[in-house]
Design a protein around this ligand. Sequence first.
Ligand code: 6PG
Length: 227
Amino acid sequence: MSVELEVVEDPAARCASMLLEVAGSGSHIVLTGGSTPRSAYEQAARDPGVFDGTTLWFGDERCVPPDDQRSNYRMAKEALLDALGERVVVNRIEGERGAAEASDRYEARLREAGEPPFDLLLLGLGPDGHLASLFPDQQVLSVRDRLVVGVPEAGLEPFVPRVSLTLPVLASSRRIVFLVSGSSKADAVVAAFGADAKPDPHVPASMLPPLADEITVLLDPPAAARL
Ligand code: 6PG
């Protein structure tokens, strides 16, 4: 297990270059939601041909329609997917079906695809230390026999039910990259990845390093300020 902290002025640009490095025929990439990745996706979208043959997945989704302002799919569609068109296969989490049905269907899709090892999995970090839609002190953090879970109550805005990959599935990715920016994340960065960080359900991201092989945390200086 290795956690590499990369402090860069523009983490989104670094993330875009990582996406372009991994994309290509046969590769499986997991996109993250939230707002930080938008710029990384827009930068990666400038080179759509690189994505030919790539399969895209989502790490989590809000249980809203795909055209809802709160949809992770909608953000990715606007910033990246529309530019890629038929070049890629997109596996959308159908959040509009509700947490239970959407998680079952997404899990079935993953199993049907042969649970491909993800070549790259992108994650954000919440100010509360959540990753994907796995929020502090929730029972879903201990789920080990499912690939995907429904999350009835989100721990942060937007307070809608969610669907999320589980910790073991997140950890199984060949390469994991957190994209973190802003001073509001500085405390969560220390709690999750600092020198004294220990796996703690109160800080869900801290639970990933012991389960994963290789994690890179891309940080801007404000997010790294408390390290
Ligand atoms: C979501 C995301 C979530 C996000 C963090 C950080 O559905 O909201 O998957 O895990 O990555 O909340 O979000 P920002 O990057 O927008 O701060």
